[in-house]
Design a protein around this ligand. Structure first.
Ligand SMILES: Nc1ncnc2c1ncn2[C@@H]1O[C@H](COP(=O)(O)OP(=O)(O)OP(=O)(O)O)[C@@H](O)[C@H]1O
Length: 389
């Protein structure tokens, strides 16, 4: 076994590199992976997607040598993995699988501390690290630390699986459908939590999923494969959804990829509508005239810097015509039930708009009113992302 592998000249930014990798499980079988070349940069999360059986897990497992390539090589941190001692290699690579793979007769704490113990860490250091990780994945160590896997929900088991993979602080994480076995609500929560963790830790991650929405939500880049492990496109989520490379990717991303793009398009202050702003104490007649001049259909009502609601032009006109002489904006004011912020993606903001009974939604930027979200804004933002800045 070669323990002093030759260093390969890779860019510092490439942590995992596949070079002309082929995998055949049997001589007669068609290749599971065909001449694959691509790399994952430091701190990057690349999601592998594609139809069932297209070779995603095989590709992942060649990184930690659970599967050996038939030809080509996989380079991790500048070293040809074929020349690295398997135990040493796996120490630097966390591995999370769908069923969480926990030891059933060991407590949560024991499961999470497995790798640090194998590495000979001090008991106290390991104990502290384990509790810190349980906190990180949102499990209270006092409540869950001494439970057995069977005493946890599926989502909680998967969190323990993630904590265990992170325990020895490996620079590389391999995740094979890590959130696959839970219901959509828990899955959504796990994705959000994992994204938060990844923003802080910046691990180099290869992430297998059959769920394209999950991929575009959490990945920096998405690799789409077709049968035989053929790489069809490797691109950031925006590009993948707005400029699919070929018909295979078009078919895989689906006719509703325009809708999927909502989730990966940020809401920006410059895209927002700026309807007329009035105050609650303004006269209804004045506001109606101002809206006529502005050619707007509605005005946003702001009081002392805070958005308090909106008024449609028709209601102002009506109040000015048939209401009391001193009718004010506040007499026809309609409150908003929700607000959005510029940190949200278009999908979250648009769904808040759809959930309330108003044609616009106020958007806040660092706490202050930044403008209004309307269906037009959504279209504008999507077009901007397609045509570039
Ligand atoms: N140990 C094995 N022996 C023989 N063939 C295998 C083995 N493991 C996988 N295969 C075959 O290799 C191909 C790729 O399998 P792989 O599990 O990598 O695909 P996948 O994209 O991860 O699939 P899924 O999304 O269904 O999990 C499949 O045709 C599969 O049947």
């Amino acid at each position: 076994m070669i323990t002093d592998p030759q260093e390969l000249d890779t860019g510092v930014d490439e942590v995992i590199r596949f070079e002309g990798v082929v995998k055949r499980y049997g001589r007669r079988q068609a290749p599971a992976v065909t001449d694959l070349t691509f790399s994952v940069r430091r701190g990057e999360l690349v999601a592998l997607v594609g139809p069932s059986g297209c070779g995603k897990s095989t590709i992942l497992r060649m990184v930690n040598r659970l599967v050996e390539p038939t030809a080509g090589r996989v380079v991790v941190d500048g070293r040809d993995t074929g020349h690295v001692d398997v135990v040493t290699l796996r120490r630097g690579i966390g591995y999370v699988i769908q069923a969480a793979g926990l030891m059933p007769h060991r407590t949560v704490r024991h499961n999470v501390g497995t790798v640090p113990r194998l590495l000979g860490w001090d008991r106290d250091v390991t104990a502290r690290r384990v509790d810190e990780l349980l906190d990180l994945v949102g499990l209270d160590p006092a409540t869950y630390g001494d439970r057995y896997p069977a005493q946890l929900s599926g989502g909680q088991q998967q969190r323990v699986g993630v904590a265990r993979a992170l325990a020895a602080d490996p620079p590389v994480l391999l995740m094979d459908e890590p959130f696959g076995a839970v219901d959509p609500v828990v899955r959504d929560r796990l994705q959000t939590e994992f994204r938060r963790i990844q923003t802080d830790l910046r691990k180099t991650v290869l992430f297998v999923t059959h769920d394209l929405d999950e991929a575009v939500r959490i990945a920096d880049r998405v690799a789409v494969f077709s049968s035989g492990g053929v790489l069809e496109q490797l691109a950031d989520p925006q590009t993948l959804l707005s400029a699919p490379a070929n018909d295979t990717v078009v078919a895989f991303t689906g006719s509703d990829r325009g809708l999927r793009r909502l989730a990966v398009t940020p809401l920006r202050a410059e895209d927002l509508d700026k309807p007329l702003v009035v105050a609650p104490e303004d006269g209804a007649a004045y506001a109606a005239t101002a809206l006529d001049v502005d050619r707007g259909q509605f005005a946003v009502v702001v009081s002392r810097g805070e958005v308090v609601g909106w008024v449609p032009r028709g209601a102002l006109r009506e109040a000015a015509r048939s209401g009391p002489r001193d009718a004010r904006v506040r007499d026809v004011l309609r409150p908003f039930r929700a607000t959005a912020t510029t940190r949200q993606d278009l999908r979250a903001a648009f769904s808040a708009l759809l959930a309330q009974d108003a044609p616009l939604l106020p958007v806040l930027d660092d706490g202050g009113y930044a403008g209004a979200l309307t269906p037009d804004v959504v279209l504008r933002a999507l077009r901007r992302e397609t045509t570039g800045p």
